[in-house]
Design a protein around this ligand. Structure first.
Ligand SMILES: Cc1cc2nc3c(=O)[nH]c(=O)nc-3n(C[C@H](O)[C@H](O)[C@H](O)COP(=O)(O)OP(=O)(O)OC[C@H]3O[C@@H](n4cnc5c(N)ncnc54)[C@H](O)[C@@H]3O)c2cc1C
Length: 412
């Protein structure tokens, strides 16, 4: 039996895992049906969100839930059939939206995101792309003083975790970002976040580094997985590949593959959309912002100003529902001088989310050589590298860099 490790899925999560495993001297093959970083890891808002430790199923979810049920909000939408089909997952997701559980998750994510940011900053240097990273944070914009005061609740958590932040009044916001339109009471500036100008290009640069270190990349669809003696057979259509270890890192698509081998995936899709825009006149934006009442992000990217939307619970491949994006666009035009759209149709991605808002990282009990690394929800672009370091230490039998317990696959 070969000692090879096959990593399935080359988004930020799988590419990072492959890179870290290769650095440790393993023989690694990274397999994706497309090129690296062409799905969800391409189209996100590009925030290395060091401070995003609060899962979306925190106690605040209960306050907004009655509005969300109406299914007209820009923040969260759902396909009713999807909710019914995933009623068990939804129930556990809501059950975990309680203070003590969200606080445990925040502590676990704090460790993972800290490790991840440090790793990103080292890897962008090694991959020769430091110019893609800005280290000047991002902001939550609040329309009213009441909303800003409410947002200050989160800064208590930032203080506990030693994260830097600053509150900006309307004037200070204008001084920092003069092209944001008036009408905001102020902003909370999370200063430890970093941001990139093209998330897909960052994944591709990490994949190139992996290949330069002797890693193998295959552009083939995984069609099945079978335990074979002391290892695994990965089915790739008519071909197959033998490996001692397999890492499942296919984001939202991990679900059908795991179900096919009898492993419960604990996963739901939070779909999201983006569109690029030109700016009117000489308008520029220094860093991304999230408009709390409008429920969208605008992030300055190489491709233009990227508007990303909130959450839509729906099947991976159900047709796009553009209502939420239209609403986000209308809200965004009130906040920033956006000019014409730069594409015909919005892009769509899938945030892979677990019932407790923590990724699943580690070994599957009773299936030697099967490793999981998926479920990175809203922070997978950030947390791919830290997850990779944890996973590679577990596979190598080393002391893990952070506590693996909160991410264990058998915790549910
Ligand atoms: C609108 C939006 C904004 C976001 N903003 C941010 C942000 O600012 N910061 C942040 O940290 N996170 C953000 N996220 C979340 C982040 O993008 C995801 O958590 C992350 O991309 C997940 O990475 P992944 O590698 O697990 O999945 P993906 O990037 O989806 O990768 C999965 C890979 O599996 C491959 N695959 C699927 N099926 C097969 C098969 N059968 N055979 C072979 N390969 C297969 C796919 O081709 C794909 O490359 C955002 C997400 C969205 C939707």
């Amino acid at each position: 039996m070969t000692d090879r490790i096959a990593v399935l899925g080359a988004g930020m999560v799988g590419t990072s895992a492959a890179l870290e495993l290769r650095r440790k001297g393993h023989e690694v093959v990274l397999i994706d049906r497309r090129g690296p970083g062409e799905e969800t890891s391409y189209g996100n808002a590009g925030v290395i969100a060091r401070e995003s430790v609060k899962p979306i199923n925190s106690p605040e979810l209960w306050k907004i839930l009655p509005k969300m049920v109406l299914n007209r909000s820009a923040k969260m939408r759902y396909a009713p059939g999807y909710i019914l089909k995933n009623a068990g997952w939804m129930t556990r997701f809501l059950w975990n939206a309680r203070g003590s559980k969200a606080a445990d998750t925040a502590r676990a994510l704090d460790a993972l995101l800290g490790l991840s940011k440090e790793t990103h900053l080292a890897w962008v240097q090694e991959a020769g792309i430091p110019q893609r990273v800005r280290q000047d944070g991002w902001m939550d914009l609040h329309r009213t003083q009441e909303s800003l005061d409410g947002g200050m609740g989160e800064t208590r958590l930032f203080d506990e975790l030693g994260l830097r932040w600053e509150v900006l009044d309307a004037k200070a916001l204008h001084d920092l970002e003069p092209h944001i339109k008036p009408g905001f009471a102020g902003a909370i500036w999370a200063k430890d976040a970093a941001t990139v100008d093209n998330p897909g290009a960052v994944v591709k640069a990490y994949a190139k580094l992996f290949a330069q270190m002797g890693g193998e990349i295959r552009e083939q669809a995984v069609t099945g997985l079978e335990q074979a003696g002391a290892g695994w057979t990965v089915r790739l259509g008519a071909e197959s590949l033998e490996a001692k270890h397999v890492v499942v890192a296919m984001g939202a698509w991990s679900k059908p593959l795991l179900k096919s081998i009898g492993v419960r995936p604990h996963l739901a899709n939070e779909r999201g959309y983006h569109m690029h825009y030109a700016a009117e006149g000489n308008a520029t934006l220094g860093r991304p912002f999230y408009d709390v009442s409008g429920a969208y992000v605008i992030a300055p990217m190489e491709q233009g100003l990227r508007l990303t939307t909130g959450v839509e619970f729906n099947e991976t491949d159900a047709p796009k529902n553009l209502a939420q994006w239209r609403m986000a666009e209308a809200n965004a035009r009130m906040a920033f001088p956006l000019a014409e759209k730069l594409e015909d149709e919005p892009w769509m991605g899938r945030r892979p989310t677990t019932p407790d808002g923590r990724p699943i990282i580690g070994a599957v009990h009773g299936r030697p050589g099967l490793w999981l690394d998926y479920g990175h929800q809203h922070v997978g672009f950030t947390s791919g590298p830290g997850s990779a370091r944890l996973l590679a230490a577990l596979i190598g039998g080393e002391v893990p860099p952070i506590d693996p317990a909160p991410f264990r696959p058998d915790r549910f």
